[in-house]
Design a protein around this ligand. Structure first.
Ligand SMILES: Nc1nc2c(c(=O)[nH]1)N[C@H]1C(S)=C(S)[C@@H](COP(=O)(O)O)O[C@H]1N2
Ligand SMILES: [Mo]
Length: 171
């Protein structure tokens, strides 16, 4: 009888340990990150809370419906500098053939040449936004989206961004 109770307790314990570990694994897996990778010196993997600590700016763009929307986020240029991408003084010669491939969780992909993102070439500031009207981005939009101002359609303003991948177009 005693043996039976003991094995029941051991089984129950094992059960709870397994359940709590799988719950833990799910919470870890759920934490959203955005990665900056490819032709970079320091690959980045930023969680929402890492991202929130970076300097933010506000940027306005027109939605698909033509309505002005204001988002807050981090300039792509700042993320590229943090990751050690060849921007600024190094953006010359063959580095001008580098581009950023933006990948989203639904498989959507868009590209920008590095020069489109560098303030020594353009005054337009493209950001990776994490909030709109002071609130986190909605499901299906965030947690991170690109906001590209001054473009005639918002097709490159990728939603649900997961990866910024720097590549060389040069043969
Ligand atoms: N991940 C992802 N981003 C995307 C798209 C998409 O299908 N998937 N569509 C693009 C297109 S065609 C448009 S018009 C805009 C719409 O963004 P809005 O809802 O903020 O206007 O999202 C762009 N970003
Ligand atoms: Mo679109």
């Amino acid at each position: 009888m005693k043996k039976y109770y003991l094995s029941t307790i051991v089984l129950a314990l094992l059960f709870f340990i397994t359940i709590s570990q799988s719950v833990h694994a799910q919470t870890v897996a759920k934490e959203a990150v955005v990665k900056v990778e490819g032709e970079v010196l320091k690959p980045l993997s930023l969680s929402l809370s890492d991202f929130a600590k970076l300097k933010h700016v506000d940027v306005t763009m027109k939605s698909r419906e033509g309505v002005l929307q204001q988002y807050s986020g981090v300039p792509i240029f700042d993320l590229l500098r943090l990751a050690g991408v060849t921007v600024g003084k190094e953006l010359k010669g063959e580095n001008l053939t580098k581009y950023m491939l933006v990948r989203s969780s639904d498989g959507y992909e868009v590209v920008f040449s590095l020069a489109e993102l560098d303030p020594s070439f353009t005054n337009r500031v493209v950001i990776l936004a994490d909030s709109k009207d002071g609130k986190p981005l909605a499901d299906g939009v965030g947690p991170f989206r690109l906001v590209v101002p001054d473009e005639n359609k918002p097709a490159r303003s990728a939603l649900e961004v997961t990866n910024l991948i720097i590549r060389f177009a040069k043969d």
